[in-house]
Each structure stands twice: as C-alpha cells, then as structure tokens.
Design a protein around this ligand. Structure first.
Ligand SMILES: NC(=O)c1ccc[n+]([C@@H]2O[C@H](COP(=O)([O-])OP(=O)(O)OC[C@H]3O[C@@H](n4cnc5c(N)ncnc54)[C@H](OP(=O)(O)O)[C@@H]3O)[C@@H](O)[C@H]2O)c1
Length: 339
C-alpha cells in the first residue's frame, strides 16, 4: 500500500438547494475495505444526477454516503481483502477509472474492485474520469435494454449532453443510424461532429415532423429519452413496429397527460428504462465486464471518447454545477482534485 494522508478534502452539500449549498470540507481519508480499491482521485465527473441529488430530489440509495460523485479516475493506492478474486487484473499503482455509488467528489474514494476499469490508452487520466457514468448508462440502456442492433435507427434526445454524446458515438460505431435532438444550432453541429446522421434543433423545428420526414414515416427502432413529460406521447408515436422506448430521466416530469396506449399494442412496443445507481453490485459488475469486452477496445483506440467541455478545480465545484444547470455545455464537465 502507498501512504495515504490522515485527512483529505471533499465536497459536501449543506442541505438541499441550489449550487450555493456546495461546500469544500475535510474528513478522514477512507481506509481500505473488503472488495474495494482505495483510489487517489485525480479527477471526478459532474453528472446531472449529482445536481438533482443536490436539490434533494435524488437521495443516495441505502448504504451509500451523502458525499456526491458517481465517477472518478485516479491511481489505486491500496486493495482491500478479496479484490484479487473480484478483479484479478487490478494492481496497486494502476491508473483506473471507476463507477462509484457515492463519494467521488473527494481526494480519495473507495471503489468496488469489479467497477474499476483500466484508463483507456488513448485518454489522459483526467479525461478518463468522464467515461464511467455515461458509458455504463448508455451501454446498458441502449444496447442491453433497448437491444439496438446494426442497421436500426436510434433517436437520442439531449444529444449534446454527456449521456447523449456517448450514445451518438456508440450507436454509430455499432452500425446504427442516429438522429439526435438538441437545443441550439451549435449543439446540433456538435451532435453531427460526433457522428449523428441527423440533428434536429427542437427549439426551431418540430422534432416529430422531422423524424417522420427523415424516416419516411417508418419511425425509429429505439429512443433514448431523458425528457419525459410531453415527450412521452410523442416518442410513442415515433416508434416503428417492435420499437423500444428507453427512459433514463424526466427532465420535464414523469407525468403523461391523456396517454393513448393503443400504439403499444398495435406496434408491439417495449417501454422500459432504468436508473444505474441503485442496481446491485452484481448487475453493475456485469455491465463493467460487457464494457471491458465490447467498448474498452474502442476507447483504447480513440474511436470513441468522453467529450470534455470544461475542467474546473475542486474549489470551483459550485461553478461546475452552475454550468451544468445552465445547459450551455457540450459533453462532459470534469473537476480535478490537484492530486
Ligand atoms: N437513468 C440513469 O441511470 C441515468 C444515469 C446518468 C444520467 N441520467 C440522466 O440523463 C440525463 C443526462 O445526464 P447528463 O449528466 O449527460 O446531463 P447533461 O450533460 O446536463 O445533459 C442534460 C441535457 O438535457 C437538456 N435539458 C436540460 N434541462 C432540460 C429540460 N427541462 N427539458 C428538456 N431538456 C433539458 C439540455 O440539453 P438541450 O439544451 O439540448 O435541451 C442538457 O444539455 C439527465 O437527465 C440525467 O439525470 C440517467
């Protein structure tokens, strides 16, 4: 084991509220624990679920701490008992990125050994911090739950988000046609630069009409949606026969007014969705193994990557949240700890 200091810096939320509740604090550095790797965190990713947690609407699941942060990259400085069985490749000194259930906004964090993945060869360690949350979420939702196959068409809403930018790249690499929606011309250009075949500025164009035109009224096979609300009925109307709607968030609320379910029956649709954080360790480990096999070679080769919009120092985590909630960013927002 490498030396670890007795205390470390971390971020806390002082109650629920706006970015002003974000506070830099100090606490004891975690000790190695069974099945967990102790990571010296070089950078952590900021994700929209962190902002929602901060407002009080997305509390950490049982067993997780209230220290925010779902993804990190850094160096393994100690391995708890049993890590060798859970992830035989993992060694002290390795540079890794990891999905964590909480505690990522800190200089040191514990990560389940099975959820540590090697830093992709084509990425620096800071950029690698932007990979776990979106690659786990997109792979599981678009390809496993949504069963997107080569030759099919994916519609991804919020195409310029961290999630959307990953979905566009992966779907293209696995042979799908991609239609993205986004909230400005600049965001649409960004989606196209990532490989989207079509990008629709939903503020100036009716995305339902546009998707019908693009697909010659056939509709799309899979929709990845984070908006909900008024999009639910529109999405159902845009699915082709045997289409799949995968819901990963409700930025405009979970309620659908006067929803007609007839198309679900007539078009034999699948409505599904998931949240990553409360999944069991076994389920998350299975996603990690699938990523390692199918997606890590693409990241290693630089064929897909987290698109980094801005990197903040740890003291400016508040500004990082403000930027995310302004929705002015393209891709990922990261924070470096200075370690
Ligand atoms: N289910 C899961 O397991 C899971 C895991 C991770 C993330 N998520 C969810 O996935 C979404 C994207 O996460 P992220 O970290 O990639 O966030 P992000 O980069 O902040 O992207 C969110 C995007 O949604 C759009 N948006 C924001 N507010 C909106 C509103 N009220 N109505 C419609 N669109 C809005 C914005 O793009 P435009 O300007 O184009 O509108 C924004 O860029 C979030 O909702 C997050 O909670 C779910």
């Amino acid at each position: 084991m490498t030396d670890r200091p007795a205390t470390m810096r971390l971020i806390r939320f002082d109650g629920a509220g706006g970015p002003e509740v974000i506070r830099l604090d100090e606490a004891a550095t975690p000790a190695p624990a069974p099945g967990k790797a102790l990571i010296e965190v070089v950078a952590y990713g900021v994700n929209r679920p962190d902002c929602i947690q901060r407002t009080g609407a997305y509390p950490p699941p049982p067993g997780e701490s209230d220290v925010p942060g779902l993804e990190i990259a850094g160096r393994v400085i100690a391995l708890g008992e049993g890590c060798d069985r859970l992830n035989p490749d993992l060694k002290v000194g390795d540079e890794v990125c990891a999905l964590v259930g909480s505690g990522g906004y800190a200089e040191y964090a514990l990560a389940d050994a099975g959820l540590c993945l090697p830093k992709p060869r084509a990425l620096d360690l800071v950029t690698a911090a932007g990979a776990p949350e979106t690659f786990f979420t997109v792979y599981d939702n678009v390809f496993t739950r949504g069963r997107l196959a080569r030759g099919e068409t994916l519609l991804v809403h919020g195409g310029s988000s961290g999630i959307g930018s990953t979905a566009i790249q992966l779907a293209r690499h696995f042979g799908a046609t991609v239609i993205a929606t986004a909230g400005s011309r600049e965001k649409c250009d960004f989606c196209r630069s990532l490989g989207a075949d079509h990008a629709i500025d939903y503020r100036t164009q009716d995305f339902v009409e546009e998707v019908r035109r693009i697909t010659d009224k056939r509709g799309v096979d899979v929709i990845l949606d984070m908006v909900g609300g008024p999009y639910i009925a529109k999405n159902i109307s845009l699915l082709a026969l045997e289409g799949r709607l995968v819901q990963i968030a409700f930025l405009q609320g979970p309620m659908a007014k006067d929803l007609n379910f007839t198309p679900v029956m007539v078009k034999r649709l699948t409505l599904t969705g998931s949240t990553l954080r409360p999944r069991t360790l076994a389920q998350k480990t299975a996603i990690a193994l699938a990523l390692r096999e199918k997606v890590w070679p693409l990241l290693d080769a630089g064929a897909v990557k987290p698109l980094v919009h801005k990197i903040f120092p740890m003291e400016e985590t508040r500004q990082a949240h403000e930027l995310m909630e302004s929705s002015a960013h393209l891709g990922k927002i990261l924070v470096v700890t200075g370690r």
